[in-house]
Each structure stands twice: as C-alpha cells, then as structure tokens.
Design a protein around this ligand. Structure first.
Ligand SMILES: [Zn+2]
Length: 462
C-alpha cells in the first residue's frame, strides 16, 4: 500500500543580529505545532541563553541537543543565542579580524528535522553595517531571505557575521557567491574574486555551465606560517550542509600568479559535478575531481598538454603503489593512513577509462563530459547522499549501452589498481623512466587531444 505523502512543511524563521555581533534573537513560526526541535552540534546548548514558547511565554528547557516542548508541541518558538561565546569556541576566529566572526548554524540553528520537500525560510534583520553569509539558497536579490532544505550534512558549513568582502560572480549557469574574510593579513579581495571566478570557469569547460546555480565560496586569508605545503592554497574542501560551500584557506602573501597555477580551487569546485557520495565510495568523488582538475587546467591553458599527462601518469603511479592489497572500496572505507593515494587516484583511473571508451565507441558523440552534463540536468544539486552504485547506475541510464556499472563491478572491490598503462600507451602517452612524452601517431591520439586540448568558456576551441 502506498503511504500518503505528507504535504511539505514550511517553517518561518526571523533572526536578528546585533551590531556588536554578540547575540542572535531568533523567532520561529510553525504552521502546525512541532515537538521535535534539535540542534545538530552537541555544543549548541552551551550557547543557548534562553528559549520560550512565544504564544504563552512559557520557558522551555533544553536537554542535550533538544528543546523540551510540551506534549502538544509549540507553534511559535523564540530563543537567544550567545553569538560571542559561539564565535569564541570556533578556533578559526582567532585568525580572523574581530569585525567578522564565523559560527556554524549547527551551533545556533534549533529546528525541526527536515524531510524531502520541507523547507525553512530564514529572514535576517541586520544593522546597517553588518553583513551575513550563510550556506543556504538566497530567495531575494537583497540576500536577506534564505531557503534551507534537507542536505547531506557532510561537515558543518560556516555562517559569517560582520564586515567582510562579498561579491557575486556570474558564470555560465550560476551566480557564485564569493566571500573573502578579513584577517590580520592584507588581502586583495578583487584579485581573490578574479582567481576564484577563473577556477569556476574552468569547471564550465566540462559541459558549458557550472553544476550548482547558487554555490558559495568562502576564502580564509589566514597565513601560511603553519602550512605544510608549498601551495598558496594550503587547504580546501567542499561542505554540503544546507547548500554547497567550498572553503579555501590561502596565504594572501603569495604572488597572484601562483594562485592561477594551483589546482586546489579547480579540484574543489569540480567536486560539485558529483553529488555527495558515501564515504566508502569516496574514491569515486575524489578520483573524478583529480581527473578533472588536470583535464580542466589543460583545457584552460594553465597546464601544457605534456604537464597534464605527466601529472595524470604520476598520480596513477602513486595510486598503483598505494596499499595494493586493498580494493578501492576498502581503501576509502577503512581509513588506513597510507591509503590516500589509492583513494585519490583509483577513481581518476576509472574516469579516464570511461571517458576514452565512451569517445572511442561513439566516434566522439559520447563522453564523460556529456554524461556529467546529463547528470547535472536530472540530479544536481542533490539533497541526498549517493552510493557509488546509485551514481554509476544513473550514469548508465543516459547511455544506449551501459558502461559505468561494468567498470564499478570490475574494480570497486578488487585489490590492486585499475591498470591504465595500456590505455595511456594507446593514447600516445609514452613513459620512459617516469618521463612522459607525447606520440602524435598513436592509435587514440584524437581522443587524447579531445580530452585536454585548449577550450574557451564560449564553447569554442580557439
Ligand atoms: Zn577532493
């Protein structure tokens, strides 16, 4: 018997922020009484000053992560959050200028659990010189009203309060919000925006548009003294929590040109071409991002053809020598320390295999780019997390003749590393003592060129 589906709930939140960034005053109205009101973080109760039923003024108690409501629920809830205390508990604020603070909604958003189409509408009331940035989708051009829907909740996205540099970059298919926080270091926010815009444009070189029409990038210019890498972008990640946010930690003292040659931003933004994938199949999402960062930086002209293939070859070799006794699923699911290269490169090997086979069998009519483009139209941005099988089955549904599930079955649970060496040879990627050279008489040389040749955001190849 079919279960009657409940109508989607809409919850109305009004949040006032004070000029000194010390308090959040929240009023939530529910169309029907609600009994189950929780916060995601175990720390949220520490920052909750008081909560009450705003119909009758009754105080409501909190037990761990739950606001205790009377048996028949509440239809109006008001509460006050100690934003200053929440900001103090977030360590990254020590590196930021006090005019802007970050605090994740997981520590201040007390709300009902969201099912399928449920949504929270959040309206902010802000003093003149206070801006906010949240991971949610803006509903109005003035960006004071937001829509919060169910999401995979991978990580905790930040909210930003105060004064910081914010701009919207218009790229094909998207308005990308770019927020550059203020730290104790000088940063050229316009240069940051130009660089992030180029990285997002790189992603559009896959299928002509950016996968998420309303994503957010938050840039933390917080120095490098403790950085372990030579990269000007020493940390990046995608957070899928109420929306999709890319966080980039940068050293603003590095020269501008160093940012354009760095792969991190293109890698992180490429992740948005796939939905959130379960941790055991994380090797697929990491692998596709590794594959595309190299392909896209070549298409954008930041890598030469030779650079791109050298980097792909080097990556495949690192992946091949990483924990050969484990399968990709075991490597990604087991959390073994030295399995990182296997996790990052086995999915890249599958991406290359799929891409070349699609192009070969269809004389270029099919490609991984086109499959991802179709996937974006049907399924992105996605509110759910996906298994590797679900993802590859969806890819196959776009093809006359399936391909992806076969690759998955062959490699996902097999020890070792997908062997791309014969394929590289056929593409004319010749390796001698680790050094790649390109053979223009190879069997699949046209496919190699189609993968990495220069492209432009207007769709042309010159
Ligand atoms: Zn990644």
């Amino acid at each position: 018997m079919a279960t009657p589906s409940l109508p989607a709930a809409v919850y109305d939140y009004h949040i006032a922020v004070d000029a000194s960034l010390s308090r959040l005053e929240v009023t939530a109205r529910f169309r029907a009484p609600v009994t189950d009101i929780t916060a995601r973080s175990a720390d949220a109760a520490k920052f909750l000053l008081e909560a009450q039923d705003c119909v009758d003024g009754r105080k409501l108690r909190v037990r761990s992560r739950r606001i205790m409501t009377p048996g028949d629920g509440v239809s109006c809830l008001s509460y006050t959050v100690d934003l200053q205390k929440a900001a103090k508990a977030e360590r990254r604020n020590q590196l930021l200028h006090s005019s802007n603070v970050i605090a994740s909604p997981t520590v201040w958003m007390w709300r009902p659990r969201l099912g399928g189409d449920d949504e929270v509408r959040v309206t902010f009331a802000l003093p003149d010189d206070v801006q906010i940035s949240v991971p949610w989708r803006p509903m109005q051009s003035d960006e004071s009203v937001y829509q919060l829907t169910a999401s995979p909740q991978s990580g905790s996205a930040v909210a930003i309060f105060g004064r910081f540099d914010s701009s919207v970059a218009t790229i094909a298919g998207a308005r990308l919000r770019i927020d550059t926080l203020r730290s104790w270091q000088r940063v050229d926010a316009d240069a940051v925006v130009d660089w992030v815009r180029e990285a997002a444009n790189n992603v559009t070189l896959t299928y002509g548009r950016f996968p998420n029409p309303a994503a957010r990038v938050v840039v933390f210019p917080i120095g490098s003294s403790r950085s372990r890498s030579d990269s000007p972008v020493y940390f990046g990640r995608v957070v899928r929590d109420g929306g999709e946010t890319v966080e980039l930690l940068i050293d603003p003292d590095e020269p501008t040109e160093a940012f354009y040659d760095d792969w991190t931003a293109t890698h992180e933004l490429s992740h948005m071409m796939l939905p959130f994938v379960h941790s055991e199949q994380r090797w697929l999402s990491e692998g596709f991002a590794q594959y595309y960062q190299n392909v896209l930086l070549a298409r954008a002209g930041r890598y030469t053809q030779l650079d791109a293939w050298q980097k792909l070859h080097d990556g495949f070799e690192r992946g091949r020598s990483s924990v050969p006794r484990l399968s990709p699923n075991q490597a990604a699911g087991g959390g073994e320390r030295n399995s990182r290269m296997k996790v990052y490169w086995s999915g890249a090997a599958l991406a290359l295999m799929a891409d070349v086979e699609l192009r070969r069998r269809s004389n270029g009519a099919e490609s991984l780019d086109a499959v991802l483009g179709q996937f974006q139209r049907c399924c992105l941005p996605s509110q759910q997390s996906w298994t590797g099988e679900e993802l590859f089955a969806a890819f196959d549904s776009f093809l006359q003749e399936p391909l992806f599930m076969n690759l998955y079955r062959l490699h996902a649970d097999s020890a070792g590393f997908p062997d791309v060496r014969p394929l590289l040879q056929r593409l004319g990627v010749v390796v001698e003592q680790g050094e790649v050279s390109l053979d223009d008489d190879a069997e699949l040389v046209e496919i190699r060129a189609a993968l990495t040749a220069r492209r432009y955001t207007d769709g042309s190849d010159r």
